[in-house]
Structures are given as structure tokens and as C-alpha cells.
Design a protein around this ligand. Sequence first.
Ligand code: FES
Length: 141
Amino acid sequence: MESENSLSRRSLLCGLAVLTLGLVPDKALAATGVKVLPDGKVEIRIASNRSLKKVGGVVQFRDGTGRSLALVRTSKAVKGFRAINLSCTHEGTKVGLSGDKWVCPEHRAEFAIDGSVQVGPAKTNLRSVPVKATKKRVIVG
Ligand code: FES
């Protein structure tokens, strides 16, 4: 009995540590309403992703081939979206969101939220992926 209580306490403390360290993904980035279509493209419903309703909002997801991608709202226009491949254009490490920019953990290259390179050693922008947007959804791929 005492070991069960100890285990529960330990589990609770571990959970709190994870929350404190920020290891739980930002809810704004949690992709819901995302569906991989039979052709490998990805359908993202805008109503299910509040972050996409404001300029600069981001949703991260994987496509049918396993690539890590992000959809970024670049303007308020219906077609104001850009999808980017999150593989760093220097040596391919996955970049991560840090504030309002993408940062590569390998050699610290930085990219603007729309994927434009800002700080080397990367010399080119994050690769764009085609998007087709309507008022309700965006198809990526
Ligand atoms: S792999 Fe990203 S900066 Fe080198």
C-alpha cells in the first residue's frame, strides 16, 4: 500500500516536472482537424485550429510520407497560408519553433516564421510545400 502511494506521488511529481519544464506541446501548436488523405496530401480544417485564425499562427504536423511540416498563416486573405518543410536547409535537422522564429538545434540557424533564412549557416529558406486554401480548409502537398 505504501509503495502504491509512493508510486502515485512519484508519478504526480514527474507530471508536474514535465509541465514545469515546458515539455508539453503548446496547445496553439497541437494540430487537430488534420487528416492525411489517400494521396498523401494533408487536409487541415481551419475551424479546428484556432491558431490559424490569426496572422503568424502555426500548426505543425506530418504528411503521408512522414515529413515534419508546418502551416503558417501569413495574411488574413483566404489564401494567406504557407506550408514549410521543417528540415533545416543546412544539413537536414528538424527545426523547432522558438517564439516567433524557427531555430535549428544543430548549428543554430534561424528562420523567420514563414521560413525565410535569417541567420546562417543555412543559406536558403526552409522549403515550401504547395497549399490550396479555401475558407474552411487548407490542403497541403
Ligand atoms: S543542420 Fe541546421 S544549422 Fe546546421
